[in-house]
Design a protein. Structure first.
Lengths: 158, 774
């Protein structure tokens, strides 16, 4: 099948790739670019494990086609830490045992970061609704909510 | 549970002592940084040069004879490198083996992974293709022509048990009934568990309550779909990277179905993206190996979510009748359960495991449990966290609530009155040793949760759970490295990140070195001897016993090295606080040698130091828990909102308490999902109509209230650190607890799940005249 040449920015690096018309952004990230931190849990936009941002908009990358991201700015879990230094959300997830198997974790972190950018001082209930698009089967969400609240407080300088 | 104890098992007695590392929450989380940065490598993240993509063609019919399969057009498609069907796998005779918590029969295993004479469920694999791209593989599937003769099907357990039900296997006669039946049946086997005299027990009862309960199949719901990468090499060996809870079981099953020697199959378990019992059996692995063998290239196969739902998991749907008799004072005199369990398209439900849990929370003199293992046109069931137990507890715990109300006894008091304790005779065999059930009930009574006032349409429910801890074959190696660090190589897959931390804690505690100096590393199948899978809450308990044994073995070796350095006898050296020391002043005046000093010199004084454990652990400890839940029911919509949830459980000894609490959270929320939302739904053709997370709705963050936990510690006397398994108990109580809470909120007893808005609304409307009249 004939492939299309796409140029984009991923985690501040200029990247180009070839993709089939039917390939999703998730397929491109994982299979063409070997950025396997973004996970596939369903392929139908129901679980949030593949959450990334495209021009700062949080999306399920399984619902975006690779050919749609020409010229866009994409951020994935691989770009979240600043070198060795973890993002406060990553650090708080570790501290609070907010992950078990970890398959949903990259998507949850991308969602949580995007959520806190929009609402830096949320209530616990707002966090629960803000992250309701990200399924986690291991944690029962309790420690995730605590980690996000704690990270939000730290990021506000509280 | 469900397996005979071996007289050659290993138990190491609990020793009361001051712990330095065990029982703390170390800041370093060995698995976590890789998981939060996206670096942790799951099976679907692994690729090999030149790999092909494999896809499976699945039956669209619930029950059909497969008359012929024509793969010629698919094979002719450009980019297709191999196609396999039943013709590429040998038939196997009846042969039973253990796969996690559930027994399997290889005659059935080989038919489950690839249909032979019949397709037995919607989603049953019929053919598999390997091609140079996923799009070509998918296109090839459409070119395979399968000639099906559709047969009548049966989905529900009660229907499958009827004498005129469509039969899945004409040669299956019910086992375990006398006289042996002369007609085939979907009831594969009947099993019973008896204590005392059931008739006499009910004769002594002054109040008898009996009800029927129905539950639906539910999926483990791991977010990671099954994924396997296989490479068949020219030398006749197979390498497999896969998502599994038990790589040694996968190796055994692959070797069996492909008629390979075990030594020629190497399985590497990737980081596991959730299993909960559902990743102990082969699905994609043998197909990928066979496609690789045929194409000469590595083959990677990953299920879609639709495939995960239709063709892996789920737990049994059930039809259960529970009958309990009590005296007016609330003492239980007799209890009976009839458990009709779907096993999916082949025999082998979780009945042997969950039958022992039926009434074991209570001290009851007369018990009868009858279980029927029933086949129907669904995927073969897999274990799901305390397999089969939540459904029985749903019945037993709601009846206990009803009895308490009838006799005007507090629901915790009636449980205390009948509570199992040390010395209680179980209905499945042994007498119980020291357990912490009463402690969890008393903690619940004293808990702040009980003081919260309830508003209108709000109710509080309580329920309890019991699950045993499996031991089984466990092997491990502890390498003492030249720089003074220790590498603990374990073979029981770490399913949630906490096991590898707990192993490092136990090794550090034994060796007397810092937690950070011990690295726990998951083995592949070539670096250790056989390990059983992570099932039955055995991971930290059994793996921990291996960690302790390997550590003590390494200490013996280190003391020998110190003895050689000092030119004394090994028994004149003791190990204390991470150092070899002379056993007494008469041995000589030697400065203590640290682990690092010994490790550095070991090469010259006997060779590399390693400790080993190759054991069969039999010291599993029974675990008990009590849950409290408050709900509010919306009378207009039937929606049940969980307001507050409290979990109290005996962990024996919590090695890493934060991870233990995390296990409580996760299991309880799976139980809440089972109670309120989750169910397999089939259409009238036997096709699953909700095979996706949109329609099979697992709990999301906004469904769940804050969860409180309390760890009770009554040490398991047969484990060196007192550990009991913790992962499974907390999925057992939620169904019953929530049903009880709904009752106390509304006056309506729910006896089937999911207790979803339409069902609760219908129950409220049905009960409305009666409730209004009260």
């Amino acid at each position: 099948m004939k492939k299309t040449h796409i140029t984009t920015t991923i985690n501040n690096d200029e990247v180009d790739f070839l993709c089939e018309p039917g390939e999703t952004l998730l397929d491109v990230l994982r299979d063409e670019l070997q950025l396997t931190g973004t996970k596939e849990g369903c392929g139908t936009g129901d679980c949030g494990a593949c959450s990334v941002t495209v021009d700062n908009v949080l999306v399920c990358s399984c619902l975006v086609l690779g050919v749609e991201v020409e010229g866009k700015k994409i951020e994935t879990i691989e770009g979240m830490a600043d070198g060795e230094e973890l993002h406060p959300l990553q650090r708080k997830f570790v501290e609070h045992v907010a992950l078990q198997c970890g398959i949903c974790t990259p998507g949850l972190l991308m969602s949580a970061r995007n959520f806190l950018e929009k609402n830096p001082d949320p209530t616990e209930e707002e966090v629960r609704f803000g992250l309701a698009g990200n399924l986690c089967r291991c944690t029962g969400y309790q420690n995730i909510i605590e980690a996000v609240m704690d990270a939000a407080a730290e990021m506000r300088g509280a | 549970m469900g397996m005979k104890p071996t007289p050659f098992g290993t138990q190491i007695p609990y020793e009361e002592k001051e712990f330095k590392v065990v029982g703390t929450n170390p800041e370093a989380r060995p698995d976590a940084v890789d998981k939060v940065t996206g670096k942790a490598r799951y099976a679907a993240d692994i690729n090999l040069p030149g790999q092909l993509i494999g896809k499976v063609l699945r039956s669209p019919h619930a029950h059909a004879n497969i008359k012929s399969i024509d793969t010629s057009a698919a094979e002719a498609l450009k980019g297709v490198k191999a196609v396999v069907t039943r013709d590429n796998f040998a038939d196997l005779p009846v042969q039973h083996a253990s796969a996690g918590e559930i027994m399997v029969n290889f005659r059935d295993v080989t038919r489950a992974m690839m249909a032979r004479e019949k397709a037995l469920f919607d989603g049953h694999p019929v053919a598999a293709v390997a091609a140079t791209s996923e799009s070509i593989a998918k296109a090839a599937l459409k070119l395979i022509k399968v000639d099906y003769e559709v047969l009548p099907h049966v989905i529900e357990v009660a229907d499958a048990m009827k004498p005129d039900a469509p039969l899945l296997n004409e040669e299956q006669f019910t086992k375990g009934v006398e006289p042996a039946p002369d007609k085939p049946s979907n009831i594969a086997a009947q099993m019973t568990s008896v204590l005392g005299d059931i008739e006499e027990g009910f004769g002594q009862a002054e109040l008898i309550v009996e009800h029927e309960f129905n539950t639906k199949a539910a999926h483990q719901g791991y977010i990671e779909p099954h994924s396997s990468l296989a490479n068949y090499t020219e030398g006749g060996n197979a390498e497999i990277w896969t998502s599994t809870q038990g790589h040694f079981l996968i190796r055994a099953q692959v070797a069996k179905v492909l008629a390979m020697e075990v030594s020629r199959v190497k399985v590497t378990p990737a980081e596991l993206g959730g299993g909960f019992g559902g990743k102990n059996m082969i699905y994609l692995e043998p197909l990928a190996v066979q496609l690789s063998k045929k194409s000469g290239r590595p083959v990677k196969m990953t299920m879609t979510r639709d495939e995960v739902f239709r063709a892996s998991g789920p737990t049994s749907g059930t039809n259960i009748i529970i009958k309990i008799g009590v005296t007016k004072k609330g003492r239980i005199t007799a209890a009976k359960a009839i458990l009709n369990y779907q096993s999916g398209c082949f025999p082998g439900s979780s009945l042997p495991l969950c039958t022992p849990t039926a009434f074991t929370r209570y001290d009851i003199p007369n018990v009868l449990v009858i279980g029927n293992d029933v086949v129907c046109n669904r995927p073969k069931v897999a274990a799901y966290r305390a397999p089969g137990a939540p459904m029985i507890a749903f019945g037993v715990e709601t009846i206990m609530d009803e009895i308490a109300e009838e006799l005007k006894i507090d629901p915790i008091e009636i449980r205390l009155l009948n509570a199992a304790k040390e010395g209680t005779q179980t209905h499945f065999g042994p007498k119980l040793g020291p357990i912490g059930y009463i402690e969890t009930l008393e903690a619940a009574q004293a808990h702040d949760h009980m003081k919260t006032k309830l508003g209108p349409n709000q109710g509080r429910g309580i329920a309890t759970g019991f699950w045993n801890t499996l031991g089984m074959e466990t092997s491990a190696t502890l390498n003492i490295n030249q720089d003074g660090t220790a590498s603990f190589i374990y073979g029981t897959v770490d399913v949630a990140g906490g096991m590898r931390a707990a192993y490092s804690q136990m090794v550090a505690e034994e060796l007397g070195i810092p937690f950070e100096n011990v690295k726990s590393i998951q083995s592949d199948t070539t670096s250790l001897g056989f390990n059983f899978t992570t099932a039955g809450s055995r991971g930290t308990a059994a793996g921990g016993m291996a960690a302790v044994k390997a550590s003590r073995d390494a200490i013996t070796r280190m003391c020998e090295v110190a003895a050689r350095i000092w030119e004394v006898e090994p028994d004149e050296v003791v190990w204390e606080d991470g150092h070899a020391r002379p056993a007494g002043s008469n041995v000589g005046d030697f400065d203590p040698l640290s682990l690092a000093e010994i490790a550095a010199k070991a090469g010259f004084f006997g060779g590399t130091i390693a400790g080993h454990a190759e054991i069969n652990v039999t010291g599993g400890g029974p675990g008990f828990g009590t849950h409290l839940v408050d709900v509010e029911v919306d009378r207009d919509t039937g929606a049940v909102k969980v307001l507050r949830y409290t979990i109290i459980q005996d962990a024996g000894k919590a090695i890493f308490p934060d991870y233990v609490k995390a296990q409580f959270h996760g299991a309880a929320v799976q139980g809440i999902g089972l109670a309120l939302n989750e169910e397999y739904i089939y259409d009238d053709k036997g096709v699953m109509i909700n095979p996706g997370f949109l329609d099979y709705r697992i709990p999301v963050a906004s469904d769940i209230p804050p969860i409180e936990t309390q760890i009770v510690e009554v040490p398991n006397p047969l484990h060196p650190y007192g550990v009991r398994g913790v992962g499974e108990v907390p999925i057992i109580p939620p169904l019953g607890a929530i049903a009880n809470a709904i009752y106390h909120a509304t006056g309506v007893r729910m006896r089937s799940h999911p207790m979803s808005p339409p069902k609760v609304l219908a129950a409220l409307e049905e009960a409305a005249p009666a409730v209004a009249a009260e």
